[in-house]
Design a protein around this ligand. Structure first.
Ligand code: C2G
Length: 135
């Protein structure tokens, strides 16, 4: 096996991951199977405000929950839309993954690594859970 084959493959994905549910777990599990190491960028509370999103769980708790998942190797804060290229270079990323609700939105990253859009899990979302919690 030559040197190139032995390079560990690092996968990167991002999200808010509020009220962690099986849709999140599914995309993280599938992302982790694409490589040897999975890094997850989690939107900070401040950044979510710019996305017009308010979370039930604060950043610290969302980070802790993700760090407790076996196939998540590292969690980094997502503070802005334009940090992805820096994160890809800083972490020597081979594959960028995100749900197909973002289809095409991150094609620009193809210059730096492989970009894969995975099909979202149907029937579950944080907003759906929030509406149930409200009732
Ligand atoms: N997801 C999924 N199936 C669901 C819900 C979410 O596969 N039923 C995926 C989304 O497609 C995304 C990830 O889980 O890849 C996290 O989803 P959100 O927490 O909704 O993330 P979002 O607010 O879209 O943030 O810079 C990118 C943003 O941070 C993405």
């Amino acid at each position: 096996m030559n040197i190139i084959d032995s390079k560990i493959k690092t996968v990167l994905t991002y999200g808010t991951f509020d009220l962690l549910h099986y849709g999140h777990l599914e995309i993280l599990r599938r992302a982790s199977l694409l490589g040897d190491k999975l890094i997850v960028g989690v939107s900070t509370d401040k950044f979510n405000k710019t996305k017009g999103k308010t979370c039930v769980l604060p950043y610290k708790k969302r980070k802790e929950l993700l760090e407790s998942i076996d196939y998540v190797d590292k969690v980094i804060p997502e503070d802005s839309w334009d940090q992805k290229i820096i994160d890809i270079k800083d972490n020597d990323i081979d594959i960028f993954v995100i749900g197909d609700d973002w289809k095409g939105k991150f094609d620009i990253l193809k210059e730096f690594c492989k970009v894969i859009y995975l099909v979202r899990t149907k029937g579950i979302s944080s907003s759906k859970l929030k509406s149930i919690l409200k009732d």
